[in-house]
Structure formats: structure tokens, C-alpha cells
Design a protein around this ligand. Sequence first.
Ligand code: FMN
Length: 325
Amino acid sequence: MKFTKVEPAYTTKDGCRLVWEGENEDDTDTVILNKNELESLVEILKKDVSGKIHLEDLASSIMVNSDVTQFDLQGHRPLEADTFDLQKKVLEFAKIPHQPKYVHISSKEFYPSVWIRKEQKDERSDFSPKRTPQKPSLLQAILSSKPEKTSKTQSETDIFRIFSTRRSTRKFKKSKVEDWKIDKILAAADTAPTAGNFQGLKIFYVKNSSTKEALVEAANKQPYVNAPLVLVFCMDPERVKLKFPQDILDKFSLQDATLAAAYAQIAAAGLGLSSIWIGMLDEKKVQTILGTELKPSSILCIGYPEKKRPPKSRRKLKELIEVIE
Ligand SMILES: Cc1cc2nc3c(=O)[nH]c(=O)nc-3n(C[C@H](O)[C@H](O)[C@H](O)COP(=O)(O)O)c2cc1C
């Protein structure tokens, strides 16, 4: 994989994403730097010296050497970039205003008929969503498997551990959610798939306490909506530039917003937080409170739980899944 570009971060407007690309479009890796991390990197690269940056998760670091810069990041394979190339791209990025990506719609009537313009040149890149091959044996394995006790050696952030231990909370501690955790939750929401990759959603990150109080009222007076971290997921069907009937585009944007909220909820659980999903809300009231035309699909309220509780039980997997042979 080769370091290719620096992009604006979607989550912290002053941070960035460093992108590595491989031989095909699935073979990429992205490192998200927050404002402080980017500033530290810019400082070292400006001075043209070696240096080490410890990232906010306290486990990852970037080592800038004169020839090669090494990225030793938790959850990533080791990444490298040519320091000269990195210096050029990062310093250029830090100087210029960030341009949005333009989406073009071709005259083709069939799906997919869109492509994303690359930042610099007006090159076309085919947009071809790939189907993940289904392995019938996986479902069989799940259906026939016996419940297992969570292994003590399993990592705290093992995705299956997070799924199997997550539990909603309606009573939060007053403590703040750390900024780096908020960044990670928003970045996780941003990784959710969206219809045609048009990101038909918008997330409102509500910091203001009187706005939170107003949202309590708009959510059927559910008091826990006034949580340390409040995210409102809204549908933005206008962003979905696909030639389909409006009801399909609306449905896509509802799914986009819902999936992003689900990703954020799982990320929060992985960071030791808990959450409550709020679907019982008055759309019009929420729109007025947020000053938006976009319809809200859910509010995700996040914080540290007062009490850690075991997950709720579910019906048997065999009852949930019907296998069509
Ligand atoms: C679509 C949806 C809407 C929900 N709306 C509310 C709500 O308005 N208020 C609330 O207290 N919980 C709400 N919940 C949370 C569920 O009650 C909770 O997820 C469920 O009881 C399962 O518990 P668990 O998340 O701990 O597994 C909602 C969950 C979903 C998925």
C-alpha cells in the first residue's frame, strides 16, 4: 500500500484523513488525525526534523524520520509514508481551503450511473459496488453453535464481544465523554455504508444544554435524552443523487441515517460507554429545535452508565432466522 493523499476529516473540521491505497479500491487504509495531532505533524514537517507524535488513544504513534515516516496505530497494520511526500502533501493540505467532492450524474438510466470526481483532475472512476460473496456455511455454523462464555483472553474491543455485551442505558453518570471518544464515535458513524455512497444523512452533535432540554420535550419527555453526548441522526434524501423514485430515495436516506446511528452505538459500546436509542420523537419539534428541514430518524444519547448491566435476552436465533434452502 502506498500513501496517496490527505483529505479533510469529516468529524473534526480542523483534522485530516491520511489515505493509503493499494492495487484495488478495497485495498485502502485511512488514518484520522484530530486537530492537535495534525498540528503536531505539521510542526515537525515544517521544521524538517525527526520527531514522534503520540496520538490521543495513547496507544498509537507516528514516528517521523528523515526518509520514512512510520505509523504505528492501534487496529491498523503498520503503515509507512515517504517523509518527503508526506511533508509536501500535509503542508499543502494545511495551507489550502478544503474543497468538497463533486458528484456527477451521467445520462445512463441504470444503476449505478454515478461517479465521484477526483479532487485534482476530472478523472472518472467507475462506481461499482461489489457484492460480498455469501458463505452458506457461516449461517449454518451460527445456527448450530452452542452459547459460549466470553473468553477472558478476548480483547475488550473484539467486535463480537462488543455485540454480545452491549446494553442500553437510561441512567448516565454526569461525567463528560472525552473528545477523542466523541471523534471516534462520529468517525465510526461515517464508516457506515450509505446508498450509492452518497451519505444521505446528517448528524447533529448537540452540545448546548438548553437544546438538549428542548429535545427531552420533543422526545415525549424522556429525561435521559439530556445525556452527556447527544447525536441526532437526520435523513438527507437530496444528497442521494440516484435516478430512482422519491419514495426509494427517502427510504435510502432513512436507512443511511439508521445505519450510521447503529455504527455510532456500537462504537460507543466499544469505548466503554453506553447509550439509548430514541425513536419516539416528534419530527416537527426536533426540526424546529435544530433549525433544519431534514427529518430526524433517531436520537442517540450516550454517556457512562451509572450501572453496568448484562445484555437483555433475545429470542432464539433459530426463531429469528428462516433458512431458505
Ligand atoms: C427503533 C428503536 C426505537 C427506540 N426508541 C426508544 C425510545 O424512544 N425510548 C427508549 O427509552 N428506548 C428506545 N429504544 C431502545 C430499546 O428499547 C432497546 O434498544 C431495547 O429494549 C433493547 O435493549 P438493548 O438495547 O439493551 O438490547 C429504541 C430502540 C430502537 C431500535
